[in-house]
Design a protein around this ligand. Structure first.
Ligand code: GAL
Length: 825
């Protein structure tokens, strides 16, 4: 009994201790050099993970991989329209559970950077603003306007209070070390005149008034008022200088690749170039850098912004859309992070001395007592540099930075990638899918309240963005021969629309459809139609594929069928007669019938699905099938090749929009990808001339463990579901091209082993992953040595050296490399 009481007391004491440790406030501040945490200047390496772009079940793994990748901060925006889809009705459940996300960050011992906005851009629908906000009378976004300021303040306060209540700010013992108000307002501020300047001050005052106890930032805001820290966004920020001597040099968005549009190729930014930008930034005195994105993820549901942002938001980030390591980017940057973090004292307290060697070559040293680190940067795009630095000679390849430990030993060069490259495959499951189908009825059978007015309305005003679709119905009566359209069999309907797509039905018949190229919001559609005497029903279905998210006044871009809508036919003399029906009585119905009937979710809809006569290439059809959960833990995808455009759901969860029939541009992939020179999104493109996006992520948490899963598609354009396959994503092979005296780690996925070393050459090999060749000299023992070390194992690790891999016979002056290709199975 005595023991039990003693034990209980000890447990209580331990609990109290744990509580005190957990809740211990952290003092976050800054000076002109760096953010300080509990008085110490810090090197902060951050990565963006937007919580709604993955699932809550994925978060711990993503955060752990970020930590293993050498990050110490995770950044996210806050997505207002996801949290408050209807004014006053909030959703913080599932993957919108912001508190859980921040707590997951804390669990891994990382810090958080909370960019509240609430305007966020982010290729997110409407930049994160709810559409109901636009529908508040007299509102003007992002400027001095009471209705807007009141709403922005209300939502921002809600988020700040939520974080405070959960003690998530560092000042309360939580992980949040900084927060952001607005987003890149400086880029467009000029267009708002004086009111824009006032608005920036108002934002700063609002932020300061919250007293969150950690610094606030404003990105791309060169006039950010104190105490706001202005920060840089871009591919390179080494030349950036904050607007106040007391602000540290911080980079909130280092774009690790770029986003993708329907019809666009896949952007690719090399590991060498990202590393170069990062190293240059820290070389030039930067102390906080955030990768945008570290994990891009998926635009589930209708969250993709516009125009035409794809469902995949992979971004070529260090963690791919599914959460796999994007190698070599993840590994190459990881090595850099470790070195920067190990040099924290020198970088943040050291004396900075820069030597200009000419031809864009600079040397920078940071020295503080026994701590020192030096950088040799070569900004030249084509010529390598030979630099004499402190009595030693170094070769610095073009467009690269070398880091010298203790200012004397090269430990890293941004252009020398020593980590593994992983080639991923999508492996199809041998499952036969049986399809059922239903039509989306074009008739005017309303089950919901509708609206009738004699004008053409802005689609988002009517839908409040509850759907991508809005029906516009009207009718035309042909009563007698004096009607200019009477008896004509060459009538055209011409619709001027500001939407992304239109379907035209006349008397229930689908007579035409059009989808705009490149996401332009304006086009004219013309269809030939047949009218009959008496009443003719005209039904126009307008659709959008994401609302705009960037630019001054983007919120005011009108969408939908704005007219004029006319009917035209030639009279007997061949002269065109036009009947303008824009001012007819138009009845509106929001969304699709199948959407209202929730055809995509369980329980089964009342009306049966059809088993026979599966339509192909027919627009406006719902398809449904069932599939088994693939075994294992690899991420699951559905291959929607062969389909047109629409939306897909698994067990009622929206995977997002699909548009497999949209073929990406055919140009831009053939030029060799040279990491040298400034990156821009059309450099080093991949996936030309293929479906923009064929595979759609099905997070494992959407699936029933062992059971069957429903897959429902709404096909808007017309396609063939028979090609649909379920698959998993996994490494197929790994390659390395590693310099001598570096450690090489080779890793396949959990559940896989390195089944075969297809190629290994240690010496002076040529070629690249998939086409390696032996060079003039190589070690004859390398292959067998690696076989012994690695074959049959999930991962292996060894030093690339003559001791391990055998003598190369290449001579002392040669810098040897190991080229390797291995299979993961
Ligand atoms: C920035 C913006 C981000 C994102 C990025 C491009 O201008 O702040 O939210 O849109 O561009 O991916």
């Amino acid at each position: 009994m005595k023991m039990t009481i003693k034990k209980a007391i000890i447990s209580i004491l331990l609990l109290c201790l744990a509580f005190i440790t957990v809740a211990k406030a952290t003092n976050v501040s800054h000076d002109g050099r760096a953010f300080t945490i509990d008085g110490q200047r810090r090197i902060l390496i951050s990565g963006s993970i937007h919580y709604p772009r993955s699932t809550a079940e994925m978060w711990p793994d993503l955060i752990r991989k970020s930590k293993e990748g050498g990050l110490n901060v995770i950044e996210t925006y806050v997505f207002w329209n996801a949290h408050e889809p209807i004014r006053g009705q909030y959703d913080f459940s599932g993957n919108l559970d912001l508190v859980r996300f921040i707590k997951d960050i804390k669990k891994e011992g990382l810090y958080a950077l909370l960019r509240i906005g609430p305007y966020v851009c982010a290729e997110w629908n409407y930049g994160g603003f709810p559409v109901w906000l636009h529908n508040i009378p007299n509102i003007e976004f992002r400027t001095m306007n009471k209705p807007y300021l009141d709403e922005m303040k209300r939502f921002t306060t809600l988020i700040v209070d939520m974080m405070k209540k959960e003690k998530l700010f560092a000042s309360q013992g939580g992980p949040i070390i900084s927060a952001q108000i607005e987003n890149e307002y400086g880029n467009i501020m000029g267009q708002y005149g004086e009111a824009g300047k006032e608005y920036v001050n108002w934002c700063a005052q609002l932020a300061s008034s919250y007293q969150i106890g950690v610094p606030w930032i404003m990105c791309q805001q060169s006039d950010a008022p104190q105490p706001m820290i202005n920060t840089c966004n871009g591919y390179y920020c080494d030349k950036f200088t904050p607007n106040n001597k007391n602000s540290p040099k911080a980079w909130t968005e280092n774009w690790t690749g770029w986003y993708k549009n329907w019809g666009g190729q896949d952007p690719h930014r090399t590991a060498e170039d990202v590393a170069y930008a990062v190293a240059k930034f820290y070389q030039s005195g930067g102390t906080l850098q955030n990768y945008y994105m570290y994990h891009g993820g998926t635009n589930f549901g209708r969250s993709a912004g516009g125009p035409y942002i794809t469902t995949s938001y992979d971004y070529d980030a260090p963690l791919d859309e599914y959460g796999n390591l994007n190698q070599p980017k993840w590994g190459h940057l990881n090595q850099l992070h470790r070195i920067l973090l190990a040099s924290e004292t020198a970088l943040t307290y050291g004396n900075q001395t820069t030597t200009d060697f000419g031809n864009m070559v600079t040397g920078t040293s940071y020295e503080h007592m026994q701590h020192s680190v030096c950088f040799l940067g070569n900004g030249n795009e084509s010529s390598d540099a030979t630099v004499n630095f402190r009595n030693k000679t170094y070769t610095v390849p073009a467009w690269s930075v070398t880091i010298l430990r203790n200012c004397s030993t090269e430990i890293y060069n941004t252009a020398k990638v020593n980590t593994q490259t992983t080639v991923m495959i999508k492996k199809e499951e041998p499952q036969e899918l049986k399809w059922q189908w239903r039509n989306e009825p074009p008739q005017k059978k309303f089950k919901v309240a509708t609206l009738t007015v004699s004008e053409l309305l802005d689609q988002k005003v009517v839908t409040n963005d509850t759907s991508d679709y809005l029906w516009y119905f009207t009718s035309v009566n042909l009563n007698n021969k004096s009607d200019p359209l009477w008896g004509k069999d060459d009538v055209s309907i011409r619709v001027n629309t500001s939407s992304h797509l239109i379907h035209v039905f006349v008397n229930g018949l689908h007579v035409g459809a059009q989808f705009t190229e490149n996401g332009h919001y304006k086009f004219q559609h013309e269809s030939k139609i047949k009218l009959r005497p008496g009443k003719n029903e005209i039904s126009l279905l307008s659709g959008t594929v994401g609302l705009p998210n960037y630019g001054a006044f983007f919120d005011n871009v009108k969408v939908g069928i704005l007219g004029p809508v006319v009917l035209a036919a030639n009279d007997t003399t061949g002269k065109e007669q036009i009947v303008d029906i824009s001012k007819n009585q138009w009845t509106y119905k929001v969304g699709l019938q199948g959407q209202l009937d929730k055809l995509f979710s369980l329980p089964e809809a009342i009306k049966p699905w059809l088993l026979f006569g599966l339509p192909r290439d027919k627009p406006m059809v719902w398809y449904k099938t069932w599939f088994k959960t693939p075994s294992g833990t690899d991420p699951v995808v559905v291959d929607l090749k062969g389909l047109g455009k629409g939306e897909a759901w698994v067990n009622g969860n929206s995977l997002g929009r699909y548009w497999s029939s949209y073929i990406s541009g055919k140009d831009g992939c053939s030029a060799p990808c040279d990491y040298r020179g400034p990156y821009k999104p059309n450099k080093c493109l991949i996936n030309c001339g293929n479906p923009t996006q064929r595979w759609y992520h099905v997070p494992r948490s959407f699936l029933n463990g062992q059971g069957l899963n429903s897959l429902v598609l709404f096909e808007d354009k017309g396609g063939n579901p028979n090609g649909v396959r379920i698959g998993t994503v996994k490494p197929e092979k790994i390659c390395a091209n590693t310099y001598e005296n570096h450690k090489l780690d080779l890793i396949c996925n959990v559940g896989q082993v390195i089944s075969e070393i297809k190629f290994a050459s240690f010496g002076q090999p040529n070629g690249s992953c998939g086409s390696f060749q032996h060079g003039s000299c190589s070690s004859p023992q390398a292959l067998s040595a690696i076989n012994k070390l690695c074959t049959g194992k999930q991962e292996c690790s060894f030093q690339v050296s003559e001791e391990v891999l055998g003598a190369t016979g290449c001579g002392k002056d040669k810098h040897n490399r190991l080229a390797l290709e291995a299979i993961c199975k």
